[in-house]
Design a protein around this ligand. Structure first.
Ligand SMILES: N[C@@H](CCC(=O)N[C@@H](CS)C(=O)NCC(=O)O)C(=O)O
Length: 254
């Protein structure tokens, strides 16, 4: 292990869906980084709405990435995924060629306000009571994600093992960060039985290296269908996830 701090800093928490997508890519590629804990929505010292953080990312969202050597800062999970692949030449996960790459981008753009609504409709109402998400908004989000699942099941995943062909890309990492969390082994808030192609894809994604490490926080948290988890449960799950993160980073030489 080197004494020097890794150049990359990832701001976020392991429970955040878009942070998990970035974490998965970094774990897959074993790229050293430092995780700086930022509490989403908080104006406190380590909060995403604190002026110090807003100076880095005016939108006040995690994930945000910073390269301490160059001062380069980037937010938006999908921009970060694409940037890291471009920066390191990871063409296995972000294929070269205008059409192949555009197919990945297609999904990454589609994800917002479609698949992403899984968190708004199914997870956040239980975990972030403080947000007081109106019932009508939750219902609209659930309808949106159901429509998105139909599109995935009959379109993207009808004839291919992964979203953009027969190999995993960053589109799959982004999509699974949202849909994967809903599975019975994690929050258990959605029944995927009506979507056989999506179900088969979810199963396939379990075999992608680092799946279990990245999802420690969800495995520890367990089901939330019947009742919202206590603060202690959430804190405990985050602690366990951070423990695993520390172990892995030590292995990568960070
Ligand atoms: N479009 C953004 C969404 C990021 C996002 O929603 N992050 C949440 C945590 S999961 C957040 O930072 N919320 C804090 C806030 O909006 O104040 C991305 O994909 O990176």
């Amino acid at each position: 292990m080197s004494d020097a701090k890794p150049s990359l800093i990832l701001y976020g928490v392991p429970f955040s869906q878009p942070v998990r997508a970035v974490l998965w890519l970094l774990f897959l590629k074993r790229l050293p980084f430092e995780m700086a804990l930022i509490n989403p929505g908080s104006k406190g010292e380590n909060g995403s709405r604190n002026p110090a953080f807003l100076a880095k990312n005016p939108a006040g969202t995690i994930p945000t990435l910073e390269d301490r050597e160059t001062g380069f800062v980037l937010a938006e999970a999908h921009a970060i995924l694409a940037y890291l692949c471009n920066r390191h030449g990871w063409t296995d996960l972000y294929p070269e060629g205008p059409e192949a790459r555009a197919r990945v981008d297609w999904y990454l753009h589609y994800h917002h306000r479609n698949v992403r609504d899984a968190s708004l409709g199914l997870v956040a109402p239980k975990i972030r009571k403080d947000l007081q998400i109106p019932e009508a908004m939750q219902n609209a989000a659930r309808a949106t994600v159901t429509r998105a699942l139909e599109a995935l099941d009959t379109g993207w995943l009808a004839d291919s093992a992964f979203l953009c062909g027969d190999a995993v890309t960053i589109a799959d990492l982004a999509c699974y960060a949202e849909l994967g969390q809903l599975q019975a082994e994690f929050t258990n808030v959605f029944d995927f039985t009506p979507f056989p192609n999506v179900s088969a894809w979810l199963a396939r994604m379990h075999d992608v290296p680092a799946h279990d490490d990245v999802h420690t926080v969800l495995a520890e948290l367990g089901g939330i269908r019947e009742e919202a988890p206590s603060t202690e449960r959430i804190v405990g799950a985050n602690k366990r996830a951070l423990g695993v993160l520390k172990e892995r980073l030590a292995e990568f030489g960070a």
